[in-house]
Design a protein around this ligand. Structure first.
Ligand SMILES: Nc1ncnc2c1ncn2[C@@H]1O[C@H](COP(=O)(O)OP(=O)(O)OP(=O)(O)O)[C@@H](O)[C@H]1O
Ligand SMILES: O=P(O)(O)OC[C@H]1O[C@H](OP(=O)(O)OP(=O)(O)O)[C@H](O)[C@@H]1O
Ligand SMILES: [Mg+2]
Length: 304
């Protein structure tokens, strides 16, 4: 089967591009698996045929995903917001990128941030006119500077950006920051955040005009169910009926709790899906308010 297809071509299967290897590769696969997708495995090749659903995988470099979406070679992609928006910012004024973010996926969190040498004072770091900024994200940085009326020069580097100030090729940098260890190791400190990023599901701006619409719709419904349940837990306990109002006040995030009478007693068993984190502290508060036999269970799937 030829993999290239003009964006207007009719197709009966959906292709999702993910990173072949790197930070987003495993979490992207795990997320797709939790949506019930499976493939004939072929990690060393670039294409995995979908088994359980008509959804195939393209394994590529993350930087290629926006371009593959734009040309219609893939229908959906999982990529960092930083990479997606860098490509989108490269479109000229009046041009609309043919792709957009469909969903934030809650992994691959990082920031695109300006960073200056640690020795700089705050006032030095605030006066960027005429300075050189090294980055792998020239379009996003140029847009950020333009929005603020700052006339700085953008020096594009494809990697090892943090070393540029020491080499003298730039005065400051704008790069991905997560723990901050790389900045610290290079005697830099972050100042402004240009973008808060995470992995996103990207898809076309225009709706699919063929069988892909239904397939993508089914996938999105599953994805939303999985994402919505991410931190959810099923909480179960027993208590005296009189304690229920006080216990419910401790569970503002409990959805439609079920309260069942325990036969022949004034005791009740209560179960509820909690959207927030159920910490030890919360369990101890519930115990003090009269709950016992507390159980916290993971929620795998929920179809409302
Ligand atoms: N230190 C980090 N912590 C968390 N997320 C990060 C970090 N660095 C990058 N990311 C996010 O993960 C994405 C992929 O990063 P990775 O380092 O795997 O990319 P890459 O080296 O460009 O991979 P490829 O070989 O596919 O081009 C980045 O675009 C960003 O969204
Ligand atoms: O704040 P930190 O946790 O230190 O992470 C930030 C670093 O992570 C990424 O680089 P990576 O480790 O992927 O190496 P690369 O330069 O080869 O992309 C990014 O380009 C930063 O250099
Ligand atoms: Mg890359």
């Amino acid at each position: 089967m030829p993999l290239s297809a003009p964006s207007g071509a009719m197709r009966e299967r959906v292709r999702i591009a993910i990173q072949k290897s790197g930070r987003l590769a495993e979490p992207a696969r795990a997320l797709l698996s939790s949506c019930g997708l499976s493939w004939r495995e072929s990690r060393d090749r670039l294409f995995c045929h979908g088994d359980s659903t008509p959804i195939d995988l393209l394994l590529v470099r993350d930087d290629d995903i926006p371009g593959l979406l734009a040309e219609g070679t893939c229908d959906l992609g999982i990529v960092g917001r930083n990479v997606l928006l860098e490509r989108a910012s490269g479109y000229g004024t009046g041009e609309v990128p043919p792709f957009r973010e469909w969903r934030g996926l809650g992994f691959g969190a990082c920031r695109l941030a300006l960073a200056v040498p640690q020795a700089w004072s705050d006032s030095q770091a605030a006066a960027l006119d005429g300075l050189r900024i090294a980055t792998s994200y020239p379009a996003l940085v140029s847009q950020w500077l333009k929005e603020r009326g700052i006339a700085a020069d953008v020096v594009t580097l494809s990697g090892s950006v943090e070393i540029a100030p020491r080499l003298g090729t730039a005065d400051l940098i704008c790069d991905i920051v997560s723990s901050g260890a790389t900045l610290a190791a290079n005697q830099l400190r972050a100042t402004d955040i240009v973008l808060d990023s995470e992995a996103v599901l990207a898809g076309p701006v225009a709706p699919f005009g063929d069988a892909r619409a239904e397939i993508a719709g089914l996938f999105l419904r599953r994805l939303d169910a999985v994402l919505g349940l991410r931190d959810s837990k099923l909480l179960m306990f027993q208590t005296d009926s009189a304690n229920v109002p006080a216990l419910m006040a401790l569970l503002p995030d409990a959805e439609r709790p079920t309260v069942m009478q325990v036969d022949g007693t004034d005791r009740v068993a209560l179960q509820a899906v909690c959207r927030g984190t159920v910490t030890w502290q919360r369990l101890e508060d519930l115990k003090r308010a009269g709950a016992d036999a507390l159980l916290v269970l993971p929620v795998e799937r929920m179809l409302a």
